[in-house]
Design a binder for this molecule. Sequence first.
Ligand code: SF4
Length: 345
Amino acid sequence: MRGLSVKSVADLKAARLVAPDVALDEVAERYAIGITPAVLDLIDPDDPGDPIARQFVPSADELTTTPEERADPIGDLARSPVEGIVHRYPDRVLLKAVHVCPVYCRFCFRREMVGPQGLGTLTAAQLDAAIGYIADRPEIWEVILTGGDPLVLSPRRLRDLMERLAGIQHVKIVRFHTRVPVVEPERIDDEMVAALTASGKTTYLAVHANHPRELTAAAKAGFDRMLAGGIALISQSVLLKGVNDDVETLAALMRGFVENRIRPYYLHHPDLAPGTGHFRVGIEEGQRLVQALRGRISGLCQPVYVLDIPGGYGKADIGAASITGADGCFTVQDWQGEEHEYWSE
Ligand code: SF4
């Protein structure tokens, strides 16, 4: 099985990632499965607590949902004026051209939208409308390509997209959010780097990694290629129970980013996506971990601990004082100073 991608329960069993008698068909019907060869190489199938396996190998726990979970946990649909655009803040938009990924993370906040049965790829007409929306709004300074994973697009299609953004003068920054440099590092070749920078704008790329073992030599080669090509690298990680919810792992991850010239950016509190309760840590625990990082590792290595407020109200820095409350019930302030209730176990 090594060298091939895992895409089904049968593949998982053939790769010895789940026992032959484990029933996962119902999970597989609801949520896509995807593990690339690079990720497979990182998994120790003999370690039942392997932090890489935990992120990608489905489990029956995903069938357990809690009342506060929601299909669209961060409110993308509420803030989508046209297909493929999410417009939450005045100066920036998300552009979601694809809803496919090379891997399918079991904690994914868009798990109801991504995968072969997800929202699919924008049609040519939908992409025209999305680009038109950006072009018509001079206040849009930054376009953030996310999805799905935008780097599943071929370099040719990415180049076409970047060249269209090049023609919109008020857009100054193009940012990509992607798992590809870690889970499919061979895709980060010179052609890909040229495509990512084809807009002539300033290009940022947020590398999504959650455990220091993901920062392999192959991934580093891709980071170096992107940096040499003029792409600024930042990080995004999700705080995940059983993966990185201890100070040692988080410190090694953040230091790993900095050593690879990736500026630590977001540490996300896990979103209320359906069937992901087994990944969620409590907010007080997250704050304790972030606090512990402060005293332990360089200021260069400090991420911002953020919560995406359910309903589409944007991010709040919850490492600081914008969240108050206790005993599972909190009040969190959004960027405009409005308060929202938030429940956490
Ligand atoms: S790569 Fe991102 S969008 Fe895709 S499954 Fe993972 S978290 Fe979700």
